[in-house]
Design a protein around this ligand. Structure first.
Ligand code: ADP
Length: 234
């Protein structure tokens, strides 16, 4: 059995008389420690799938297995614990707390986590920010803010790191550095990392590429020899 399994997952949003089917019997599997890239056009259901996997939203039907546990069956309290301890999130626009420093942003995330967390200072050093610990987000560049967001997510030692368009707001070179950091993190911590991007050129960096179309995981490609992000030009 795979580490993560989506089985016939449907997600519908009811808006008055209209029902929008964001996921329409989606099926895919992800193994532990895999670096996965999810691609597909806007509206294909990528973010919905990530939010369901992260326990931020509930499926309408189907099964989502994570480490042998069906997370669609979790009660509210269990879901909060799952989200807090098992999942790290990285968003396009960083979502840092503006009136806390880089260090305080990471400390805050670690405080609510009961699993063995890494030292916030060490993690910030690991992402290349040892000299920026006491800066507020507004004093950091976009790339640096995203590094803080990654540090905040991985300091909890989550089982799965979910990244929704993590380079969407960054320039080419900064984006590449951020992806390198995510690729290195996946390898060195054996973390399962899932990255949504609309940029198909990034596909060679992944162990597995899942292409979404019309709410379905239409195509799944496995790369036996993923390319280092430095070798990819997009
Ligand atoms: P993607 O990430 O591939 O761009 P999304 O998962 O964000 O796609 O959206 C899939 C579909 O579900 C879209 O048609 C979108 O408008 C719809 N959708 C997403 N979230 C909601 C919501 N909270 N309420 C209603 N419709 C939604």
């Amino acid at each position: 059995m795979a580490y993560i399994e989506f089985r016939d997952v449907i997600k519908e949003y009811k808006m008055g008389e209209v029902t929008i089917t964001a996921l329409d019997k989606t099926n895919f599997e992800i193994n532990k420690g895999e670096l996965v890239v999810i691609v597909g056009p806007s509206g294909a259901g990528k973010t919905t799938a990530l939010n369901l996997l992260g326990g931020m939203d509930k499926a309408s039907s189907g099964t989502i297995l994570v480490d042998n546990k069906d997370i669609t069956k979790l009660k509210n309290k269990e879901l909060i614990k799952y989200r807090r301890e098992d999942i790290g999130f990285v968003f396009q626009f960083y979502n840092l707390v503006p009136n806390l420093t880089a260090l305080e942003n990471v400390e805050l995330a670690v405080q609510v986590c009961k699993r063995k967390a890494s030292s916030p200072k060490n993690v910030l050093k690991k992402v290349g920010l040892k000299d920026r610990l006491n800066n507020f987000p507004s004093q950091l560049s976009g790339g640096e803010q995203q590094r803080v967001a990654i540090a905040r997510a991985i300091a909890k030692n989550p089982k799965i790191l979910l990244c929704d368009e993590p380079t969407g707001a960054l320039d080419y070179n900064t984006g590449k550095q951020i992806l390198k950091l995510l690729q290195d993190t996946a390898r060195s911590l054996c973390m399962t990392v899932i990255i949504i991007t609309h940029n198909k050129a990034l596909a060679p960096m992944a162990d597995k590429v899942i292409s979404f179309k019309n709410g379905k995981s239409e195509q799944i490609t496995i790369n036996e020899n993923p390319t280092s992000i430095e070798e990819i030009d997009w």
